[in-house]
Design a protein around this ligand. Structure first.
Ligand code: NAP
Length: 253
């Protein structure tokens, strides 16, 4: 541990499983106080216990609900002070082609993968800007997009569109908040085995896709650690509006 995010108060959404859980562990190991958020509170409590109660705080929050998002920031601030680092990680996919998908599912995808990212980032930025330039210029927002925002992954049209929107939302917010010193970047992973992808990766479709990818392998959960830490750190002072692709060449398959 080198304390790359020492002194930061980080909030990670979707921390009850997969990448979000990993991001929370990594940020805490590198010195941040971490607020972990999701709907499954018992999982968050287990995670907070494993990391340590002095470094973590679990908040139950459905990030598609604006009032819950505001309450989450209130609770976080009360526990650790102003949140200066956000990892907008909560996300979902689907298993429907556009022709079989109903509008409610399309809206659910957009609501979580785009609208909630905007809502959580907006709440963080409002509070940072209100706190004044000295605080705001430490602001780091990392939106977890996907290589699916750059290439077309078959059968997940809504997901692809939502992740492309997430990446452009990131650039737009970065422009809007640049003068306040708040940096907004996207991190776009390739395939990592998590609850989101495991079933598909272990099936015929996943095996075929990975078999055709240049390195013929799925990334492990630690593959994003370094990119995440960099984007959350003071070292990324001049980096804003980017979309860092960490996909082990999968998008070139
Ligand atoms: N795994 C991959 O290969 C991959 C590749 C590219 C991008 N990504 C992106 O990485 C992010 C994390 O995915 P993952 O693979 O770690 O999936 P995961 O294990 O399914 O995790 C998704 C997380 O989102 C949370 N979540 C879902 N709906 C929520 C809501 N309404 N409010 C709050 N939290 C909610 C879930 O927690 P609760 O159910 O407890 O709320 C869960 O912790 C997603 O944005 C995904 O699109 C993943």
């Amino acid at each position: 541990m080198t304390g790359r995010v020492e002194g930061r108060v980080a909030l990670v959404t979707g921390a009850s499983s997969g990448l979000g859980k990993r991001f929370a562990e990594v940020l805490a190991a590198e010195g941040a106080k971490v607020v972990v958020a999701a709907r499954r509170k018992e999982r968050l409590d287990d995670l907070a216990k494993a990391i340590g109660a002095d470094k973590t705080f679990a908040v139950q929050c459905d990030v598609t609900d604006e009032a819950q998002v505001i309450a989450m920031f209130d609770a976080a601030e009360q526990r650790f002070g102003l949140v200066d680092t956000v990892v907008n990680n909560a996300g979902m996919t689907h298993a429907n082609n556009a022709v079989t998908q109903d509008i409610a599912e399309f809206r659910r995808i957009m609501d979580l993968n785009v609208t909630s990212v905007w809502c959580v980032a907006r709440e963080a930025a409002r509070r940072l800007i209100k706190a004044g330039p000295e605080k705001a210029h430490h602001g780091r927002i990392v939106n977890i997009a996907s290589m699916a925002g750059r290439i077309v992954i078959p059968h997940v049209t809504a997901y692809n569109a939502s992740k492309a929107a997430c990446a452009h939302l990131t650039r737009s917010l970065a422009r809007e908040w640049a003068r306040h010193g708040i940096n907004v970047n996207a991190l776009s992973p390739g395939y990592v085995a998590t609850e989101l992808t495991e079933e598909w990766l272990n099936g015929e479709g996943g095996a075929k896709t990975i078999g055709k990818s240049p390195r013929r392998r799925v990334m492990d959960k630690g593959s994003l650690d370094e990119a995440l830490l960099f984007l959350c750190s003071d070292g990324a002072k001049y980096v804003t509006g980017t979309d860092v692709l960490v996909d082990d060449a999968q998008s070139m398959g």
